[in-house]
Design a protein around this ligand. Structure first.
Ligand code: THG
Length: 258
């Protein structure tokens, strides 16, 4: 399980303010802390509704990579902001993300090829989010096929079924679990999968409990990566136990500490 830090995101009020003020100390402190707690990659997102998004992304990427060497996951739906992030990045990145919208694929696949990046493929298109696991798998297949036509091999992709808040769409949780299983049958070797875990608990009162329960379910379904908060200790305990139970880590009596 690849742990991608969710915290460098302008959605968080404090992070949004730090980006506005170009407060590199605050952002760098957060980045270092996330890595110390187990982040293996860092999602970076300047947040919604900015006129200066490409400039903000350029600054954010440079600021974070000055203090950590983990790969960055450049999180934006805007091609200009994505390109600014790709140009600023010193090492290879994960692009987060294309959707199945024609306009998105036309811009993001060539960028992926040009910068030799990995790419998250988010299951949604002009009509919204597919309502079933099968419809999500069909959309993931479409993105994978289109990528291959441009010589982007499936190994470079991460398929994201798109997690919705349980409070708004309670029937979607199990469909996402089923979609993660279905995605792995789309190719050989099985394509990698990723989710934005905390989406599931948005607007609820038991965020950590819902996040860690959903993580266990998704790990059981074979999930490869999660955008999540490694500073949530209970969540990280479930992750470590899950890795032992899925035979991804060697069991020992002290596995939580190991
Ligand atoms: N898939 C992919 N990328 C993603 C998502 C996804 N990137 C963004 C998001 N979803 C994952 N990251 C977050 C980050 C923050 C929150 C949820 C998911 C969050 N933030 C608080 C909120 O909105 O209530 C912020 C509140 C505060 O200021 O503290 O919940 O699905 N590929």
């Amino acid at each position: 399980m690849l742990i991608i830090s969710e915290r460098i995101n302008g959605l968080f009020t404090s992070v949004g303010k730090a980006i506005d003020a170009r407060d590199s100390k605050f952002i760098q402190g957060l980045a270092v802390r996330q890595v110390e707690h187990g982040a293996q990659a860092l999602d970076v997102n300047v947040g919604p509704g900015r006129d200066d998004a490409p400039a903000a992304m350029d600054w954010l990427v440079r600021t974070v990579q000055d203090v950590v060497s983990e790969p960055l996951c450049i999180d934006t739906s805007g091609p200009k902001t994505m390109e600014a992030g790709l140009r600023a990045a010193r090492d290879k990145v994960i692009m987060n993300s294309t959707t199945a919208e024609e306009k998105k694929m036309e811009r993001f696949f060539p960028l992926c090829r040009e910068y030799d990046a990995e790419l998250i493929c988010l299951c949604m298109d002009e009509r919204g989010v597919p309502n079933s696991a099968d419809a999500r798998a069909e959309m993931a297949m479409l993105m994978m096929t289109r990528a291959m036509e441009l010589d982007i091999m499936p190994e470079r992709l991460l398929l994201d079924p798109l997690v919705l808040p349980v409070g708004a769409a309670q029937d979607q949780g199990r469909k996402v679990v089923q979609a993660v299983q279905a995605f792995q049958l789309l190719n050989e070797p099985a394509p990698r999968t990723v989710v934005g875990l905390s989406n599931v608990s948005n607007g609820t009162k038991q965020r950590s409990l819902l996040n860690r329960t959903f993580l266990a379910m998704l790990m059981g379904a074979g999930l490869s990566a999660a955008i999540m908060d490694p500073e949530d200790e209970e969540l990280m305990k479930v992750l470590k136990a899950g890795q032992v139970l899925m035979n991804e880590q060697l069991y020992c009596d002290d596995f939580l500490r190991a």
